[in-house]
Design a protein around this ligand. Structure first.
Ligand code: SF4
Length: 241
């Protein structure tokens, strides 16, 4: 049976499968999806550890697989340098950024609106311009309270499949993969960050929750920017297509 239509108990698989079995499962999900969607399969690369692991897995499945990066004016300089380095190695990664003027310190007063403008709109743009039928993410169900109910293959937006090939990986297994395959990572991890975002909204914490350092002091604390929770198959003005 195809893995794309699996009804497996994912919480059970998080504990049951070993590292090698998880890597094989992720590759098979990518292989089957690429066979089905071809060049309409595109990897969303946030430049975090999970994304670079998924990008590496995808390139092992087929070097022709394309991707996109969404960046913002608030990314830390280390992330911008890392992005430039990654894009110079993989020119098939297209960068999207919204430079429209926004209110000063919008991230403090209205972080949801700030993320909508700076992150969700460029993701919608990438999905439209790259004619994406299946987008691939680095979501993991053990990452935090907001990420427990995702599936490996989803269709939250009609006509747009989302593939989460490392959904059942633990944080340790991501680092294991990156070390074993010598995949370069953002240097901010060496400073103690565990989840990376824009500079004003990302802190180092000792909390057990991996995403606890995101949006501290706001209603979004430990939450989501919106690209995994908002409809994406719309035009950039928000109307359905
Ligand atoms: S993470 Fe912060 S600065 Fe970045 S888009 Fe969201 S609210 Fe704005």
């Amino acid at each position: 049976m195809s893995l794309l239509s699996n009804k497996d108990d994912l919480k059970e698989l998080v504990e049951k499968l070993n590292f090698k079995e998880k890597v094989e499962r992720s590759k098979e999900l990518l292989r089957e999806s690429y066979a089905k969607y071809g060049d309409f399969l595109v990897v969303a690369n946030s430049l975090g550890k999970d994304s670079v692991a998924v990008w590496d897995l995808a390139k092992r499945v087929n070097p022709k697989i394309r991707g996109f990066i969404v960046t913002t004016r608030y990314k830390p300089p280390q992330t911008v340098r890392f992005m430039n380095d990654v894009v110079s190695r993989y020119p098939e990664l297209k960068v999207y950024k919204n430079d429209d003027p926004i209110g000063e310190r919008l991230y403090e007063n209205e972080p949801d609106k700030c993320c909508d403008i700076l992150k969700v709109i460029p993701v919608k743009q990438a999905i439209q311009e790259m004619h994406v039928k299946c987008w691939v993410t680095g979501l993991r169900c053990t990452e935090g309270r907001t990420r427990t109910d995702f599936k490996e293959v989803e269709e939250r937006d009609k006509g747009l499949i989302k593939l989460n090939p490392i959904l059942i990986w633990k944080e340790r297994e991501v680092w294991q993969y990156l070390a074993l395959y010598q995949v370069p990572v953002n240097p901010l991890y060496a400073e103690g960050y565990r989840s990376l975002g824009c500079a004003p909204c990302t802190k180092i914490t000792n909390d057990d929750n991996e995403r606890a350092g995101r949006w501290i002091g706001t209603s979004k604390c430990g939450g989501e920017c919106g690209i995994h929770t908002r409809p994406l198959k719309t035009n950039v003005a928000g109307d359905g297509i």
